[in-house]
Write a protein that binds this ligand. Structure first.
Ligand code: BG6
Length: 464
């Protein structure tokens, strides 16, 4: 079922795991000054209730954490590099050696256990200075800053990192602009699409540079994947579904084909958006990716009927709730079959190898004492993951070329959307709480042992 070289593992992001927000010469990123639960504007400075300032202190405890990943048998570990550790303000000309050395140490640990790194270059971590003084990605100057940053990484880690992702969930920019460093509540559509264009150009440009520096580099785009179903059999609902899907497809189409699709050009025309696209931009866009990666948490329904446009509670990027599905405690609707659908859909559409780089269940775990020590009985998480992985196996049988699967938040991290600790995804429990209390000690959950067996059997235990 699963190919022999299938890359099993887990995923994290620097701002949600590292802490040490002002150590090792790191500058501030937008994440260090985002208030909890508000996703539009940064605050004046770091506030004590921002859990990301300490996160789970992976900056100091990385060796212990990677040893636990190795114990589960990880073949791959996805993490992000914090841009502001390497270029503290984003616009310097030389990288910060202390920042580069930190990721050398991470790579040393991964190499010790034979774990393949999969690195996100930008995971919602734009340096604050670039947001405040340049307007984030609305400004064309960020393309050159990003190139300098990516070039520093490709050069320093040449031969040590082969799999790279350019922008985490690049399609989320249109929905949550602050994640692209656009630090104001209501940017115009013109600004948003121009920022999108700049990120796409930057992604294409660094794809070319990565291949020039080391032809064995494999570069992927990363899309927030949401299968969309018509709410009713009405052709108008089907059309609304197609058009909403195109909003996400556009990012994969451009990364895989190297140019803007006609439906996007029409949207821009009809919204009166006039993008600044140069010939040099077109040349950058033509550098297509080697593979397509995506996150998968939920599906949604679409309707053309304005009276039924009720947005799902936990859903950040549109769509209406599906009456046939259950939801997580945060309102994210659970749909394992949707993962098989999106895998087939993306594979048929782009014919590029795929990589599932996020999937998992955010839940409130309870640490309990047992004769073997404290643990969490997270049978609900095991059920969620088993159901999803069975559908992954089905998609592979369908002929989908899939490189691997990294579950989100393989160790508990601070949540991205709500900035809570109590929304946990991990196989490893971290003793830290929403009020900032806790020892930061790590404990294996029930799912830890379950996932170890899944990996050891290369997926065979899923259907036992
Ligand atoms: C993805 C992000 O959107 O979903 C991660 O890439 C994030 O950074 C994950 O943590 C889960 O979302 P949340 O809000 O539950 O942490």
């Amino acid at each position: 079922m699963f190919p022999n070289n299938f890359l099993w593992g887990g995923a994290t992001a620097a701002n949600q795991i590292e802490g040490a927000y002002n150590q090792g010469g790191k500058g501030l990123s937008i994440q260090d000054v985002l208030p909890r639960g508000v996703v539009h504007e940064t605050t004046d400075g770091p506030t004590p209730d921002n859990l990301k300032l300490v996160a789970i202190d992976h900056y100091e405890r990385y060796a212990e954490d990677i040893a636990l990943f190795a114990e589960m048998g990880f073949k791959v570990y996805r993490f992000s590099i914090a841009w502001s550790r390497i270029f503290p303000n984003g616009d310097e000309t030389e990288p910060n050696e202390e920042g580069l050395a930190f990721y050398d140490r991470i790579l040393d640990e991964l190499e010790k256990y034979g774990i393949e790194p999969l690195v996100t270059i930008s995971h919602y971590e734009t340096p604050l200075h670039l947001a405040r003084h340049y307007g984030g990605w609305t400004n064309r100057a960020l393309i050159d800053f990003f190139e300098r940053y990516a070039r520093a990484l490709f050069t320093r880690y040449r031969g040590r990192i082969r799999y790279w992702l350019t922008f985490n969930e690049i399609n989320s920019l249109l929905h949550i602009p602050i994640l692209g460093g656009i630090d104001k509540p209501e940017p115009s559509r013109q600004e948003l699409y121009q920022a999108m264009h700049h990120e796409l150009v930057a992604s294409g440009r660094v794809t070319r540079i990565a291949h020039e520096i080391d032809p064995s580099n494999q570069i992927g785009c990363m899309i927030l994947a949401v299968p969309r179903y018509p709410l009713t059999p009405s052709p108008l609902d089907a059309l609304a579904t197609l058009q909403a899907s195109q909003g996400d497809y556009a990012f994969g189409d451009i990364h895989c084909r190297g140019y803007y699709p006609g439906y996007l050009l029409r949207t821009l025309r009809e919204q009166g958006i006039d993008l600044d696209i140069t010939d040099a931009d077109r040349a950058d866009l033509a550098n297509t990716v080697d593979f397509v990666s995506f996150s998968y948490y939920m599906s949604v329904c679409e309707t053309a009927d304005p009276t039924k446009q009720i947005k799902g509670e936990g859903n950040l990027i549109g769509g209406v709730p599906n009456p046939t599905l259950e939801a997580s405690e945060w309102g994210w609707q659970i749909d394992p079959v949707g993962l098989r659908i999106i895998l087939n859909d993306y594979w048929d559409r782009w014919q590029k190898p795929l990589f599932i780089v996020e999937n998992g269940l955010g839940a409130k775990d309870v640490l309990t004492a047992t004769p073997d020590g404290p643990t969490v009985d997270d049978s609900y998480r095991i059920a969620y993951m088993r159901d999803h992985l069975i559908q992954v196996g089905e998609a592979i049988e369908d002929g989908v070329d899939l490189l691997g699967y990294t579950s989100w938040g393989c160790i508990d991290v601070v949540s991205a959307s709500t900035a809570e600790m109590s929304k946990r995804y991990g196989f490893i429990y971290v003793d830290r709480h929403d009020d900032g209390s806790g020892t930061l000690d790590r404990y294996r959950k029930k799912s830890f042992h379950w996932y170890r067996d899944v990996i050891a059997s290369n997926g065979a235990t899923l259907t036992d």
